[in-house]
Design a protein around this ligand. Sequence first.
Ligand code: S3P
Length: 163
Amino acid sequence: MAKVLLGFMGVGKSSVAPYLNGCFVDMDQVIEDKIGMSITDFFAKEGEASFRQIESETLEELLQEGDDVIISTGGGVVVTECNRKLLKKNRKHNVWLHSSFDVVYNRIKKDIKNQPPLFLNHSKEEFKAIYDGRMILYKGLADLVVTVDNRTPEEVARFIKCM
Ligand code: S3P
């Protein structure tokens, strides 16, 4: 089964890639290749619901790719029920990279060129509510929880490799 990295925006799911063995797939990148534009532009043009549909199709495809694959998911993959069902079938292989709200918020705020649409389109309070709502969903799917605050991507990768 594929290893799946779950976690809120800004936790650094993609930054662990260089330190992992196996075939690393960034789901957001696969989606951008499919839609031929950035996710931010797609949100603005087609809306979040259309994005979620493509995200679900892509998750299903990637989960069939085999054992050697490490899939880095977008932070919102857990909001769609059919995705959660698929991820529940992937038990023992789901890793939740967890970070406190302040750390992810400040990280995203500083990374001006890569701010996701949900960050751009919501106030800090609304963004915190999204964060809070998702924690329970990640928790319900995670087989391994790695706290990323104060850890380098290399250290985080070491935990993932032990799984
Ligand atoms: C989203 C997270 C993003 C991307 C899209 C929606 C979300 O991925 O899939 O902007 O709803 O949390 P990252 O978690 O890689 O930023």
